[in-house]
Design a protein around this ligand. Structure first.
Ligand code: BGC
Length: 765
């Protein structure tokens, strides 16, 4: 371990399919890390790995519903024109996990009754979380076994099983709770986001509905409703108590020594995103009533997870750490989003924490889209594009807020309107608009769906180009177009001039839009008018793109991150002291901004996107120059470095950066896993393997591979969905086997040579 990485440790054991924890980690940080890592989700909702029975040590309770959020008023002393009026927050929602358990009147709390044995397992193959522990409560020894899953077969259903076996006769009381009295850790002064709608009961079931508080911004109020039922296998008394926000089923059971008392808690969770508010109660209770029993539901849930793995698994033989890392990444990514609900998107923390507001970032287009293009039917990637298309009106509003033309897609959003209120991000991190155009290109290039350009893509491209044309200015001194006052992908610098990445991607957007207009024959004044364009606009765009200023150092033969980057104190990362890392936690913001340290790939991000435009030598010079200053304190960084390192044959670097991407949370690299997981960067782990070690690129619509794997990996296998084909790659250090498992014959390229892939093609290397 490098001296700068002393906080890195595994709190879970290395296993290819599981996360296994054999003791309760009592330090606050480790306990919270454990809660984050054992989060579960089913695309519609999710929860952190909180213990059902509660824990009086430090815990971060988290249960979230996709797309349910609250607009929190932006309050700043010095208001600046253009600030978003509110900050969008992913909010803690109706908590379905809670159980309060008393054994002979003493409350079970593992912070107090330390277990003598403990096992927590997250089984990623089947999508289930379980615990097994033994503890002494008064003088009664209890063995407990718990399981829970959020069904992916029936995504509005949650199932919990909780078994207690005491070694003496005793009275057990279980309070099973549906709790809407919940708060965010990051809320101001414990502010509450929910009002009660109704809490009711019948003979056997409990119903609780809550509604987000009114707001002044015209943002819809969401209703979340839960219907719950609890059954125990032993004769018991059941009483239901309801009050505003909370419903509780109280079960009293006399349990004989060594008898297993098993509770099954079933909960249907619905929201007004998918159901009419007036009908939600009936639908929730019906859903609960008609739901499968525990074992059947579990079987269906397992089968669906297994199917997901059949298509999407990446298998690495010979390196369990790497294997666990990629499976964990895919598990958490697919738990957050599997493309089933086109109105949802992928929040950087998914359902595992509150930080980042849980909304949509540029991460989706830059990192997640490639994964879904290759692992899911093409409508999933298309839905991700349509999500933005549907928000074009709001993006135009965002541009207007900044006094600019066209559309500015938000840095952070739930509904298309910018809802992030740091000026250096909202006003300045405009490179985000570039990846929106790139995503359209990427989707069409990958799927061959040219029709999309005509139906939706072109409209977006035009608005993006209008934006860039109004954001650039002409420098008479240099006789070039420039973009001043921006934040590039490297958020450790703000208000820089001519960020190479931003200028490059805006130039490319203008170029791609012009090409697309030509392709669609939208060139005469009548056609252009439909898009509020004239020929003059196109001439201007051409002039800007041809004369865009791109900082370059002749001396170093590198692209320069921005105008004054090379004037900084060029201290290298290896000169930093261990106590300084991560610098975001240990340095003042002022010191960070002045430093040369790069949070995440910036110039290299651009070179990664447009790889075909650069020679290997250019790539090498830039990689070697920027790598020495990059601290990778964004989860989006190391995967890009890993892909470029693999391309340059720097295989040790490629592995190091792959592990950092894939095990970022498992090993707590950036000392922030406690806040939740880095979901969007999990897509980066997939990219490192497929695009890095697999060397996959789609160039002019042709699938290319240039595989290279580390010596310690015995083999690497993965599947790629490409148009109508399902292609299986099996790579060892001796041979490459490519199997066309579904679809017609297809022409691909292997190490730049044409290959007609009929059925199985094997290359000995
Ligand atoms: C990164 C951004 C990213 C955001 C959400 C930040 O730390 O700098 O590029 O969009 O996290 O993942």
């Amino acid at each position: 371990m490098n001296k700068n990485e002393q906080h890195i440790k595994n709190i879970f054991e290395i296993d290819e399919w599981k996360l296994i924890e054999t003791k309760i980690h009592e330090t606050e940080n480790d306990f919270l890390i454990g809660e984050s890592l054992t989060s579960l989700g089913n695309g519609l909702m999710g929860s952190r790995g909180n213990f059902e029975e509660g824990y009086s040590g430090k815990t971060h309770k988290g249960v979230y519903n996709g797309g349910v959020w609250f607009p929190d008023k932006t309050k700043v002393g010095w208001w600046k024109n253009g600030y978003p009026e509110y900050f969008g927050k992913a909010i803690n929602s109706l908590n379905f996990l809670e159980l309060e358990i008393k054994i002979d009147n003493v409350k079970l709390d593992l912070f107090i009754q330390k277990p003598t044995s403990f096992l927590r397992e997250l089984d990623m193959k089947n999508g289930i979380l379980s615990r097994k522990f033994t503890t002494l409560i008064s003088d009664i020894k209890i063995d407990v076994y718990t399981e829970r899953f959020l069904s992916i077969h029936n995504p509005e259903m949650v199932y919990i099983k909780y078994s207690i076996k005491p070694d003496k006769d005793c009275n057990i009381e279980i309070k099973s709770i549906l709790n809407g009295d919940v708060h965010n850790l990051d809320s101001n002064h414990g502010e509450m986001f929910w009002d009660s709608v109704s809490s009711t009961k019948d003979e056997t079931n409990t119903f609780v509905a809550i509604k987000t508080k009114p707001n002044n911004f015209g943002v819809e109020r969401f209703v979340v409703a839960g219907a719950m039922n609890n059954e125990v296998n032993i004769k018991h008394e059941k009483k239901i108590e309801v009050k505003p926000l909370v419903g509780t089923e109280i079960l009293k059971i006399f349990v004989k020594a060594n008898e297993n008392c098993t509770l099954i808690k079933k909960i249907a969770i619905l929201s007004s995103r998918n159901h009419e508010k007036s009908k939600i109660k009936k639908i929730a209770l019906d859903k609960l009533e008609k739901s499968d029993d525990y074992e059947k539901a579990k079987e269906l849930h397992f089968a669906k997870w297994n199917k997901r793995w059949e298509n999407g698994d990446i298998s690495i033989e010979g390196d369990a750490k790497s294997q666990q890392g990629i499976r964990f990444s895919l598990f958490q990514l697919f738990s957050t989003y599997y493309g089933e609900d086109s109105k949802l998107n992928i929040g950087p923390k998914g359902f595992t924490g509150e930080k980042y507001g849980g909304a949509t970032y540029w991460d989706t287009e830059a990192y997640c889209l490639p994964v879904y293009l290759s692992t899911a039917p093409s409508y999933v990637a298309k839905n991700l594009l349509l999500y933005r298309y549907d928000q074009l009106k709001q993006a135009k509003h965002n541009a207007r807020q900044q006094g600019l033309d066209g559309a500015l897609f938000p840095m952070v959003t739930f509904n298309g309107v910018e809802c992030h209120n740091e000026w250096e991000i909202t006003f300045e991190e405009i490179h985000r608009n570039g990846i929106m155009a790139y995503a359209i290109y990427n989707y069409i290039n990958y799927t061959g769906d040219e029709e999309y350009l005509k139906t939706n893509g072109i409209e977006v491209l035009i608005e993006l180009s209008k934006f860039w044309a109004s954001r650039v200015h002409y420098s008479k001194a240099k006789k070039m177009y420039m973009i001043h006052g921006v934040t590039g992908p490297n958020e450790f610098e703000n208000n820089v001039n001519n960020n190479w990445y931003t200028n490059t991607i805006s130039k490319w957007t203008l170029e791609y839009t012009l090409k697309s207009l030509k392709k669609l024959k939208i060139t005469d004044e009548i056609q252009l008018k439909k898009y509020e364009l004239t020929k003059k606009d196109l001439i201007k765009w051409e002039e800007i793109q041809k004369n865009m200023y791109l900082p370059y150092s002749e001396e170093k033969k590198i692209f320069v991150q921005h105008d004054t980057f090379l004037d900084k104190d060029m201290m290298r990362v290896d000169q930093l002291k261990a106590r300084d890392r991560p610098i975001v936690n240990n340095w003042s913001w002022d010191k960070i901004l002045r430093s040369v340290f790069i949070k995440q790939a910036d110039v290299l991000q651009g070179m990664y996107l447009f790889q075909e435009n650069y020679t290997k030598d250019e790539l090498k010079k830039n990689y070697e120059f920027y790598e020495q200053f990059t601290v990778h304190e964004s989860s989006l960084s190391s995967c890009i470095h890993s892909i470029l390192a693999a391309k340059l044959g720097k295989i040790d670097d490629a592995v190091k950066f792959y592990l950092r991407a894939a095990r970022l949370d498992l090993d707590n690299y950036n000392d922030d896993t406690k806040d939740g997981l880095h979901i969007t960067s999990m897509a980066g782990s997939w990219m490192s393997i497929i695009e890095g070690f697999g060397g996959m690129r789609v160039i002019d619509g042709i699938l290319n591979f240039s595989p290279t794997i580390p010596k310690i990996w015995k083999s690497l296998s993965f599947n790629i969905l490409f148009r109508k084909n399902l292609i299986k790659m099996q790579i060892t250090n001796k041979e490459i086997k490519i199997t066309n498992t579904k679809g017609e014959n297809i022409k691909i390229k292997l190490f730049n040579e044409d290959v007609l892939l009929e059925k199985t093609f094997t290359k000995i290397i």
